[in-house]
Design a protein around this ligand. Sequence first.
Ligand code: KIV
Length: 271
Amino acid sequence: MSVHASQQPRITVRKLKEMKAQGEKIACLTAYDVSFAQVLDNNGVDVVLVGDSLGMVVQGLETTLPVTMDEMVYHGQAVSRGLKHAFLILDMPFMSDATIEQAVANAGRFMKQAGANMVKLEGGADQKELVSTLTRLGIPVCAHIGLQPQRVHKLGGYRVQGREPDMAESMLEDARVLEQAGADMLLLECVPAELAAKITRQSTIPVIGIGAGSACDGQILVLYDVLGISAGKIPRFSRNYMKPSADIAGAVQLYVDEVRRGLFPGTEHSF
Ligand code: KIV
């Protein structure tokens, strides 16, 4: 199943919303350079995220916190050059959205200099004003809730979020507020599958999950986990697709196929 990106129209926010409405699953992966971006684009990936996970998987840092705007723009430009079909999201790095003014300047830089189609930012209802400001300026936003790696020190570690009833209720409310503020996409990281399913049902915008169960409208993984080249233990919610595949293109195609058919994630990848 080789899908030639040049024959496919460019994915848009509108197309992603149609996919949700039609129950067509959205396959997303991270990328950090042009070569991998081309492989993803040629093999059916709908959305490519230049995540600040690049701090960990490319730079060898312990957390995503030191990643800078310049680094994100550099990697964003490289990935952007490799995409003809897929939708490109860039991650706002830690402190780049500390004030509305900084966030507007930095998100604008992603759109103008790095070819982003959307920016992703971590935070719940507290990001309402920022999301509505970016929306007013025509900058599509993906709001990242659940486990927010940029808040790892505040959270006291990387753990599943929303297990307790009050936390689950407040995440449902975060999702409602962010959609009302204008977010065009939600990303749920490490959220119990049942809660993620409720958020997906209540939202009219696409909900993408990582460690959030199979009911989400789409799935995302860190590319290097999928290729089995991340240092250390692969997270429970991920899967090494190189094991059953002959090459990288085959691994990406298998991931896309399993996401589309609702085979990934299985219960063993969910909480
Ligand atoms: O930075 C990143 O790669 C992410 C994914 C884990 C969704 O935010």
